[in-house]
Design a protein around this ligand. Structure first.
Ligand code: FA5
Length: 340
């Protein structure tokens, strides 16, 4: 028993010496003086001893308890005192006249801001936002979109091929069309913003990595009228003003008929630099989903029809915010980023 008491004392002294904070000290108290601490355990063990042993060990235990309690109280008082002095010193040295270094206020990147706005518009119209893979199989980016390997339309989208056969970096967000049809079947209403890649030389209006947004709606009896109404409603929400649309025939292999949709210039009535003095802004590639594409997605074109449209988010942001060079978006220049 003597030896146990000696060990407890040594252990306590070491731990007390290492306690730096009030929290450390509390741990020491719990371990030695707490209800289930070392000293309580020892008192419980006393019950097993004979009356003679109790007469010897009892006073020893009383002494050590007092010693440990006293040492603990001293250390506690010292630490409280040191803490109070530290706080006082801190207040004494606090310079109320010191100036704060100016801090930089962050903001969301202009891409993020515009994508959030576009998504909100589509969500309010009942669309669902989906994501698509950027590393893609030829099948989803071209083949299933009615662009077989010998199709000249492949030349319109210079492709970054990977050194894995049949794999590429997607050239358009239209790849989500097939993935979503395969997974969710008809009817569906989805929108998908994301990065796309084209092996093009960079200039003020061309990037090799840029953002597109794809919209796809499939149901029974979907017609050109639904496409035109939806795109006009969408463009009015984007520009926050009454907007007319102009439709021109165009060609994309995955839609038939294919069109391009222009918006009346939201900045002028009779021509300005933003609309290249034409009063129209070219914004959307669109059309009714080609029956071959519906079939590739596992949807029966005799029962369902749909429309799709796509747009370049960089170009939209450039028009909206009067940005003169598409390369600014990824330049990380503070002077550019701070404006948004
Ligand atoms: C397409 O990519 C079609 N997938 C759009 C579509 C979807 C048509 C659904 C029909 C139905 P296009 O190749 O025109 O279309 O590109 C769409 C937009 O991406 C362009 O209008 C332009 O705003 C943007 N874009 C194209 N190339 C670049 C580039 N190098 N840098 C920045 N933006 C670009």
């Amino acid at each position: 028993m003597n030896e146990i008491i000696r060990n407890i004392k040594t252990d306590f002294s070491n731990q007390l010496a290492n306690a730096r904070t009030l929290e450390d000290l509390e741990q020491v108290r719990i371990q030695f003086l707490g209800r289930n601490g070392a000293l309580s355990e020892l008192t419980k063990q006393m019950r097993e001893l004979s009356p003679e042993e109790k007469r010897v060990v009892g006073p020893l235990l009383m002494n050590v308890k007092e010693e440990i309690q006293q040492a603990f109280d001293n250390a506690h008082a010292q630490l409280l005192d040191a803490q109070a002095r530290f706080e006082k010193e801190k207040q004494r040295n606090f310079d109320v006249t010191a100036s704060r270094r100016p801090s930089l206020e962050g903001s969301l990147h202009v891409y993020t801001q515009i994508i959030q706005k576009l998504e909100d518009i589509f969500i309010s119209m009942g669309y669902r936002v989906v994501d698509g893979p950027e590393v893609e199989a030829d099948y989803y980016n071209f083949e299933a979109l009615n662009i077989p390997s010998d199709h000249p339309a492949r030349d319109m989208q210079d492709t970054f091929w990977l050194n894995i056969p049949g794999m590429l970096l997607r050239t358009q967000t239209s790849n989500v069309q097939i993935h979503t049809m395969e997974k969710d079947h008809a009817p569906l209403a989805i929108v998908s913003p994301g990065r796309v890649y084209r092996n093009e030389a960079r200039d003020a209006s061309h990037e090799f990595m840029f953002m597109q947004l794809e919209c796809l709606y499939i149901d029974k009896n979907v017609s050109m009228a639904n496409l035109l109404y939806t795109t006009q409603t969408f463009l009015e929400a984007v520009f926050e003003k009454e907007t007319k649309i102009r439709v021109r025939p165009s060609y994309f292999p995955f839609v038939e008929p294919g069109v391009e949709i222009d918006a009346s210039c939201p900045f002028c009535k009779s021509g300005c630099a933003k609309c290249k003095f034409s009063t129209w802004i070219e914004l959307l590639g669109a059309g009714l989903v080609h029956p071959h594409v519906l079939r590739a997605g596992g949807i029966d074109p005799e029962v369902y029809s749909g429309f799709a449209f796509g747009m370049g988010i960089d170009r939209l942001a450039m028009i909206k915010h009067d940005i003169d060079d598409v390369r600014h978006f990824k330049s990380n220049k503070m002077a550019f980023l701070e404006q948004f």
